[in-house]
Design a protein around this ligand. Structure first.
Ligand code: NDP
Length: 338
């Protein structure tokens, strides 16, 4: 059973060599004393929160942090090979938290969601049809109260979540602006995902000036994926009664000391509502979300761009690529296709 092992706590920027491949043995039957499932992992998802789990200082209790010397965990799509749990049977396809290895014994199968619709790419259950998709849906519709004609700004707009938020905002009739870290991503935002405007934040030495240029009438809704300097600049450009969905702060994940935000007084002056959220608290909306998004995907009204990496061996490089922003599209690792 090939696995991806996390060597030791990481400070600063993670490197590919912080993760190593190892081989262990595993029985392909669920032990009699367990009510778990034994799965074959098919697709693994690379997500920014995985960097948080590599830190020594644990500042929240949402996650199970990685243990040095052990394989890493993450979201993935898997096929059930053996089950002692009443909800799952051999052959079922599922998505949820698994381990970065070929085969996994999942002892808490209640956390897995059965895949019912297979007429769309199975890899979508690492992205648009799983945790990132739900994050976009809950963050945008439940927190931001979007209205037609409003200006929506999304940072890390070409990310797994940002791509979807932008397209939801366009469906709502909003004016949609995104930032991303390369010309290629900016072009895709405008030409493939229908954003009204997009810019490369790495080429803007004055983010406040850039936002004034791209959102001249101010921002009604900010979907924040990055925090830090961008959040600071956005605060200066929010409209009164604006809403900010605090989704993630990827610009801070490699820093030992988080950056300060200077312009918080704007929250009072403009009566801005900033709301943080955790997607797991919205999973009860998953069936409603699928009913809404599947027809749009089937009709090509919502598209999703992925970067597919072949083989578990490609996992360490794929994850580091995501954390440095060099990926173009939802970063997926294929362990096996069936
Ligand atoms: P993304 O694809 O957006 O994250 C990776 C991207 O982040 C990179 O491609 C890069 O894109 C960008 N990035 C990396 N470093 C920096 C930096 N220093 N400053 C700015 N951008 C950077 O991830 P997701 O779409 O999966 O997630 C988006 C955000 O939502 C993340 O912050 C994540 O942690 C959070 N999240 C929160 C959830 C919740 O429940 N609240 C659930 C899921 C995700 P670029 O080229 O643009 O720099």
């Amino acid at each position: 059973n090939k696995q991806v092992i996390y060597r030791d706590y990481i400070t600063g920027f993670p490197k590919e060599t912080d993760l190593v491949l190892n081989t262990s043995t595993i029985s392909l039957k669920v032990p009699e004393e367990s009510n778990g499932v034994l799965v074959k992992n098919l697709y693994l998802s690379c997500d920014p929160y995985m960097r948080i789990l590599m830190r020594k200082v644990q500042d929240n209790n949402l996650f199970t942090y990685y243990i040095p010397g052990s394989p890493i965990t993450g979201f993935g799509v898997a096929k059930v090979l053996d089950s002692r749990h009443p909800n799952f049977k051999e052959g079922d396809l599922v998505w949820g938290t698994t381990t970065w290895e070929e085969y996994s014994l999942i002892t808490t199968p209640e956390t897995l969601i059965k895949i019912e619709h297979t007429d769309v790419p199975l890899s979508y259950y690492t992205g648009i049809l799983s945790m990132p998709g739900m994050t976009a849906y809950a963050g945008f519709y439940e927190l931001c109260s979007p209205k037609k004609g409003e200006c929506v700004f999304i940072s890390s707009a070409f990310g797994a979540v940002g791509q979807i938020v932008g397209q939801f905002a366009k469906l709502t009739g909003c004016y949609v602006v995104g930032s991303a870290g390369s010309k290629e991503k900016v072009d895709l935002l405008k030409n493939k995902l229908g954003f009204d405007a997009a810019f490369n934040y790495k080429e803007e030495h004055d983010l406040d000036a850039a936002l004034k240029r791209y959102c001249p009438d101010g921002i009604h809704i900010y979907f924040d994926n990055v925090g830090g300097k961008m959040l600071d600049a956005v605060l200066l450009n929010m409209r009164p009664q604006g809403r900010i969905a605090a989704c993630g702060m990827v610009s801070q994940y490699n820093l030992e000391e988080p950056e300060g935000v200077k312009n918080l007084m704007q929250v009072i002056y403009k009566q801005i509502r900033i709301e943080g959220f955790v997607v797991f608290n919205y999973y009860h909306l998953y069936p409603k979300f699928l009913d809404m998004i599947l027809p749009h995907i089937r009709e090509g009204k919502i598209v999703y761009l992925e970067e597919i990496n072949e083989g578990l061996e490609s996992g360490p490089a794929a994850l580091i690529k995501l954390l440095s922003g060099r990926n173009v599209g939802k970063q997926v690792v294929v362990v096996a296709r069936e």
